[in-house]
Design a protein around this ligand. Structure first.
Ligand code: HXC
Length: 262
């Protein structure tokens, strides 16, 4: 498929450790998220998810903007019935459904839908230039791609409420302190760092990685008791895999494991 609003690349040679990179590419609109970009990001992420040679996915933007929000010019003329019948932003449910790990590498503005897209990733690595915010209130609307829900779960009610009600931006350091981002790195190192992190993940056993992602996600979906029971049961199931034998044998034999995704 040829894309017009994103760029896609595969990083890594050899059979393991390959990473799919998606770069948002609407520079004149600061990567504002319109319908075409939505469909293209989702198609690319699903294609990488289905490609057995890929172990992890990175989504990034430009130096100036990860994404400055949903496309305000596209939304401005819409009425309620247009938004409702199109189930505007509903398609984004397909991104968290991607089973492989997704890292958002964020430099510059990640505002509104841009911040929400970053939060759909499994974790965010931020450049020291990153700025996050949910400024929808200033446009007479509220977050519509998960901002009121994911931000609140990630950083807590008090800070999420303040950001959603004021539209204030926070810098990368404040985002890290709040628990929104996993790590802050110098802007010049952002992409290399994110790709290196993704490659580390992609070298591990794919089924174990998928199960680890599912287990961590379960923590925000269920009670502690149910979550602990789920973890223990899937932990037991890993002992059916050749990769468990290989990982533990390699440790005992003091060598690197050669995982086979089996
Ligand atoms: C459409 C956008 C855009 C957006 C920027 N642009 N953000 N177009 N949708 N979200 C366009 C501008 O119109 C301009 O195009 C070009 O990108 C460059 O932007 P500038 O404003 O000139 O750049 P700068 O002065 O550097 O300011 C950067 C900025 C500002 C602070 C990020 O662009 C800004 O405030 N953008 C909107 C941020 C926002 O409110 N996001 C939330 C959107 S709503 P032209 O053609 O004029 O050069 C949302 C929630 C969805 O995401 C859910 C609710 C429905």
């Amino acid at each position: 498929m040829t894309y017009e609003t994103i760029l896609t690349e595969v990083h890594g040679e050899g059979e393991r450790g390959r990473v799919g990179l998606i770069t948002l590419n609407r520079p004149k609109a600061l990567n504002a998220i319109n319908r075409q970009l939505t469909e293209e990001v989702l198609a690319a992420a699903q294609a990488f998810d289905a490609d057995p040679s890929i172990g992890a996915i990175v989504i990034t933007g430009s130096e100036k903007a990860f994404a400055a929000g949903a496309d305000i010019k596209e939304m401005q003329p819409q009425g309620y019935i247009d938004m409702y019948l199109a189930d505007w932003f509903g398609a984004w449910e397909r991104l968290p459904a991607v089973r492989k790990p997704v890292i958002a590498a964020v430099a510059g503005f990640a505002l509104g839908g841009g911040c929400e897209l970053a939060m759909m990733a499994d974790f965010i690595i931020a450049a020291d230039t990153a700025k996050f915010g949910q400024p929808e209130i200033k446009l007479g609307v509220i977050p519509g791609m998960g901002g009121s829900q994911r931000l609140t779960r990630l950083i807590g009610r008090a800070k999420a409420m303040e950001l959603v009600l004021t539209g204030r931006f926070i810098d990368a350091q404040e985002a890290e302190r709040a628990g929104l981002v996993a790590r802050v790195v110098p802007a010049a190192e952002l992409l290399d760092d994110a790709l290196k992190t993704a490659k580390t993940i992609a070298f591990h056993s794919l089924p174990v990685t998928l199960i680890a992602k599912e287990a961590v996600n379960r923590a925000s979906e269920t009670t502690l008791e149910e979550g602990l029971r789920f973890e223990r049961r899937v932990f037991h199931s890993l002992f059916a895999l050749e990769d468990q034998k290989e990982g533990m044998t390699a440790f005992i034999e003091k060598r690197a494991p050669a995982f086979k995704d089996r």
